[in-house]
Design a protein around this ligand. Structure first.
Ligand code: ZN
Ligand code: ZN
Length: 220
């Protein structure tokens, strides 16, 4: 990699300051441990509780990654931070918080296991964290679907940019446009905004013969 001078180029010195990252993660972990110990007295809200687990999971992943042993079989078998990253991610997911970082934790462990021919999901060390593996599998299936049909998961209004993994969140044009070009929108507002564009790409759907406007057709 380049020297310290590259930091000004990218405008961010974080990758060059692992000590700062470690300090930050230690603060997160200490707070989390304090929360765990005082949990009953603090009456932590459910939301704060799962967020604390998610933050602790990511902090542990950072600590693991900064070690020279990261990626080794020994790390797979014995690294406490890697194990914490998994247990906290699993707990957060088990309590309903499927945060994006959990999938990174899962991917890191699965890749590490694969690299050293370890049975991650069936093994003694990581096998019991079923919630994490289940959530990861669901996520992978959705991402696979997204790769095949990206338009199903992105608002069709070009300036909107809204994306969601939940295809049912989008309002599909109910008009007679063909399935390959049928747009989906995040909202009625976006559908209205995109109407002129959508109409223009569908000259065959002007309903000049049947008397319907496409606006009527799309709303039935
Ligand atoms: Zn249409
Ligand atoms: Zn939109």
């Amino acid at each position: 990699m380049q020297g310290a001078s590259s930091s000004s180029q990218h405008g961010c010195a974080a990758p060059l300051r692992p000590d700062a990252a470690l300090l930050f993660t230690d603060i997160v972990l200490k707070r989390n441990r304090a929360h765990e110990q005082m949990g009953s007295r603090l009456s932590l809200s459910d939301k704060d509780h799962v967020h604390a687990h998610a933050a602790a999971s990511l902090a542990s992943l950072i600590k693991y990654r900064l070690k020279p042993t990261a990626g080794s079989l020994l790390a797979y078998l014995e690294d406490a931070d890697l194990l914490h990253a998994v247990t906290d991610a699993d707990t957060a997911i088990d309590n309903g918080f499927r945060f994006a970082g959990a999938f990174e934790v899962a991917a890191v462990v699965l890749q590490l296991g694969e690299a050293h021919a370890q049975d991650v999901r069936g093994g003694a060390r990581f096998g019991k964290y079923k919630q994490l593996w289940r959530a990861y599998d669901v996520r992978q299936r959705i991402l696979e679907k997204m790769r095949h049909a990206p338009s199903r998961y992105t608002c069709a209004e070009p300036s909107c940019g809204f994306r969601s993994l939940k295809a049912h969140q989008f309002r599909r044009c109910a008009g007679p446009c063909s399935p390959e070009v049928k747009p989906g929108y995040c909202s009625k507002a976006c559908q209205r905004k995109d109407w002129a564009r959508h109409k223009a790409v569908l000259p065959q759907h002007n309903h000049s013969n049947c008397g319907h406007t496409h606006a009527e057709v799309r709303n039935h």
